[in-house]
Design a protein. Sequence first.
Lengths: 243, 243, 243
Amino acid sequence: MSIFLFTDFGAADVYVGQVKAVLAREAPGIGVIDLLHAAPAFNVRAGAHLLAALAVQIPAGSVTLAVVDPGVGGVRDAVVAEIDSRWFVGPDNGLLSVLAARAAKVAVWRITWQPDALAPSFHGRDLFAPITAALARDEFPAGRAVRADRLQVEFGATDLGEIIYIDHYGNAFTGLRAHAIGRDTRIVAGGDALAHARVFSAVPPGEAFWYANSLGLVEIAANGGSAAAKLGLAVGQPAAYSA
Amino acid sequence: MSIFLFTDFGAADVYVGQVKAVLAREAPGIGVIDLLHAAPAFNVRAGAHLLAALAVQIPAGSVTLAVVDPGVGGVRDAVVAEIDSRWFVGPDNGLLSVLAARAAKVAVWRITWQPDALAPSFHGRDLFAPITAALARDEFPAGRAVRADRLQVEFGATDLGEIIYIDHYGNAFTGLRAHAIGRDTRIVAGGDALAHARVFSAVPPGEAFWYANSLGLVEIAANGGSAAAKLGLAVGQPAAYSA
Amino acid sequence: MSIFLFTDFGAADVYVGQVKAVLAREAPGIGVIDLLHAAPAFNVRAGAHLLAALAVQIPAGSVTLAVVDPGVGGVRDAVVAEIDSRWFVGPDNGLLSVLAARAAKVAVWRITWQPDALAPSFHGRDLFAPITAALARDEFPAGRAVRADRLQVEFGATDLGEIIYIDHYGNAFTGLRAHAIGRDTRIVAGGDALAHARVFSAVPPGEAFWYANSLGLVEIAANGGSAAAKLGLAVGQPAAYSA
């Protein structure tokens, strides 16, 4: 069993270590894996589609702390969801909802517990990390949560026709799942209509193309360079397919 | 027991892995937590105030390797300090001194041991990591250090009226502790006098404000955007309060 | 025993966590150390020289997943190499070849195994990580690889007169090993001919110099600032010495 972290806290920033300090204290000896701390900041919808694609890589039985939470300290609820045998802890702001909508089996709990000290701006450390640790110790709900019928904010199961993530090579992930799209389809993004290639080395150096990436998403890439820089792509821009 | 790392080595850079290789060899099985590797480079005073605020999150009994060390290879000493039941290892250049000055109980050792191979530019790997591992194994001082009366470089306990850190969202931490500041106080930074808000969602999108952050520091933030970009803030700039 | 990771996957990006999920599943309980995920992207030769210098820090008996692989999904082979009692897993594109050429003892296996699901763009997760885990469990080759005479792509043992890495302080590492270079030699890079200094604090603030860095390489640095910014240095630029 491992604990996974999916946040917009920044891998290099001051927040992740504080979360890990809580986990080390409250769930000692359990491994913690940084799945991603560069989820697009302030963009819950993009994060929800990225998490839905990444979650396939999370083994059953694991607990994932998932926090992209621009409304922290405001009125949104805190939830735990068991989604196809994986546990997720985070805000009820839509972040877990794409994954949940595509799943076969979902159960939701609303967190009722409040820690003695709760920083209004850092529920990740003070609220979500202790609940994550309790799940990892198999001590949940233990009076800290009540069953709920469903998530309150739901984005639905359908694909998102937008750039949802740009990696450090400059590859642009879309919220479109590739399995249903024919290889002769063109993807329109940033004013260009891009053809498919199977791998980077199948196109000339510098040329942009789309392919089914390792998460099953349509990705816009360039061979040996940055597609985002070449095409002027940014998270939130539309991406669509045309036959 | 965990080992914590607080440095300006860069989370993505070539240095942290080398420190961890030493710790894995000399303190096998002990967890290592990256508290921060993005302490402001070359700025020991800002790092000292940031460490003093972060140290509250470090559990008693832990060992922290703390290195912001622009004078590495020069004349400054290397020290171990037990500060309110937490151990710290690092250069005697002021970095530990704010934390020490605010503590109830401090004991200092001067490191006398020198490793056979000591790279003049990387005491973190060759000197501080082995001492950190020895502390984690409970084998200290073991002839490697002598008691000292105090740190040689001391910045004192008082707040620092400067920006000491900017996080990846663009929030600017100051060296001012928030507990003593009234909520009707304005904070002056980058030419603006900012009012208080409790949480991000309490102000209109894009608006800048100050609040007591999750480390207890006065932080300048903006709702859904970068306060640092909006106000032109950088580490080292003055930040003051006016009634 | 630890597993080390040396890649260009980006420390903050979406790839390393997926590799670690595989390792946690297939080699549970074995520590994983991020040696570097910021190897220069697309530049196998620079990565090969950087890995050769860093490998000294890897303890004997360890397994290192080493991936800088712009040709992933194309025709290059996948290999395992035992180099001076350290195991390495990665593409046969030259990345391991500088280290191997300088070693006393090298044995090479060509990976013949293919996983059921192999993303053409992420052999790190689907192919190299399972083989790394098998080595860490001491279950190799187990029918997954065959002995080979040598690596197919070989860059040789000689130094590389180029900038191979720029760290986050702005220090520029060259592919020149320092042990054979006299301290009165000047290093020419970016149009400047730089003199030697032993440590940063030995030159005036802001001044650029070269020194033997903690990996044994000639490094171009500046006291308290970025040598790369000051001198306009980038990975791939020539660096040479003149008596």
